[in-house]
Design a protein around this ligand. Structure first.
Ligand code: FAD
Length: 318
């Protein structure tokens, strides 16, 4: 399977762009803000809520950050105007984290303030291990400015994740708020699990630590062993759809399930019909092609998932 993934990635640049666009259209709302809004309006009928991501990352000059500042600002206005139950997801390197940490902090602080004024939560996506420390630091600094509407993503595959959970929970207590996923970046074996079974176990372990600490836990996985284990953990820690809701608007009762747009909609709808809060990650933007190719190069396994979803749609319902 890994070989097939690498083959698809190697031949992808040869495919005509309209074909790549057709494949991508399942996973990306479209190039424009209006595409994200209409996708969310359409999917609202499935009982889901959303987190929206403007595609793009790792800018090469601070001037490029202005595009993301403007776009996220318009996105917040548009979510509010259309009264959609949506939060936002941000990639810190798109705001200059790898160029000028202080300016990136100011940029993301300003977006978080505007989001707070509109009751919108900001999730800092976690990128590769070069920025794990600085992304966590961004979140804790913004929290220390008195803003409670920001949380970070941790990646189950990294060895450090359990100690990151403990450190953040020690600082923020039950106000800690995580998205937990396996991690899309293939990190070296010195710092991360590399085998499927170990990644599932360590992700499940991380979810257990978050729930035990009373942290808000957004479980971002389409994998049955992670979902089923999470459902048992929720029972163990006394959490259910009937638990008291989190005080922040649009959040679940201490936990939620998150899915990528276009992936395993049948599982998402099942969880939603059982009463669990489900959130769809909706990416949009002009950089859909570059973003898709980069993601596939980082983790060729994604290419096999995409191909399987297209050839055998019954295994991966929208
Ligand atoms: P897998 O075992 O990879 O997938 C289980 C099944 O889901 C597959 O067999 C396939 O049927 C389906 N599937 C999974 N991915 C795809 C796909 N792309 N296309 C088609 N089918 C697919 N990673 C980060 O490093 N940082 C982040 O900030 C981050 N944010 C995320 C936010 C959300 C809401 C989600 C759902 C994932 C996020 N990820 C992030 C990606 C995550 O780390 C995994 O790489 C990804 O979710 C695949 O892992 P999985 O747990 O779904 O299990």
């Amino acid at each position: 399977m890994a070989l097939l993934g690498r083959l698809i990635v190697a031949t992808m640049p040869l495919a005509p762009k309209p074909i790549v666009r057709m494949v991508a259209s399942r996973y990306v709302a479209g190039p424009k803000l209006e595409d994200a809004i209409s996708t969310m309006i359409k999917l609202s009928s499935e009982g889901a809520c959303f987190t929206v991501d403007v595609l793009g990352e790792e800018i090469t000059s601070m001037a490029e950050a202005n595009f993301f500042i403007d776009e996220y600002s318009q996105l917040i206005d548009s979510i509010t105007k259309n009264n959609i139950n949506a939060h936002i997801s941000i990639k810190p390197t798109a705001f200059g984290l790898l160029i000028d940490q202080e300016s990136a902090f100011e940029n993301i602080l300003n977006i978080t303030k505007k989001a707070s004024d509109n009751d919108i939560f900001v999730r800092l996506d976690m990128e590769d291990s070069r920025v794990t420390d600085s992304t966590i630091e961004l979140m804790t600094r913004i929290r220390s400015e008195g803003l409670g509407n920001i949380g970070v993503v941790l990646q189950g595959r990294l060895f450090r994740t359990i100690s990151d959970i403990e450190n953040i929970c020690e600082k923020l207590g039950q106000q800690s708020d995580f998205r937990i996923c396996k991690g899309i970046y293939l990190e070296p074996k010195e710092i991360a699990h590399t085998a499927y079974g170990d990644i599932v176990d360590s992700t499940n372990n991380a979810i257990g630590h978050m729930l035990r600490n009373g942290a808000y836990t957004a479980i971002a996985s389409h994998d049955y062993p992670v979902i089923e284990n999470s459902l048992s953990l929720l029972k163990k820690y006394g959490l259910s759809p009937d638990s008291p809701p989190n005080s922040f608007p649009g959040k679940g009762p201490g936990y939620e399930f998150q899915f990528l747009l276009g992936v395993r909609g049948d599982l998402r709808r099942r969880l939603s019909s059982e009463g669990h809060l489900t959130r769809i990650y909706v990416p949009y933007g002009l950089q859909w092609y570059e973003y898709g190719i980069r993601r596939l190069k980082e983790n060729p396994e994604v290419a096999t998932h995409v191909l399987k979803a297209l050839l055998m749609p019954w295994t991966n319902r929208r």
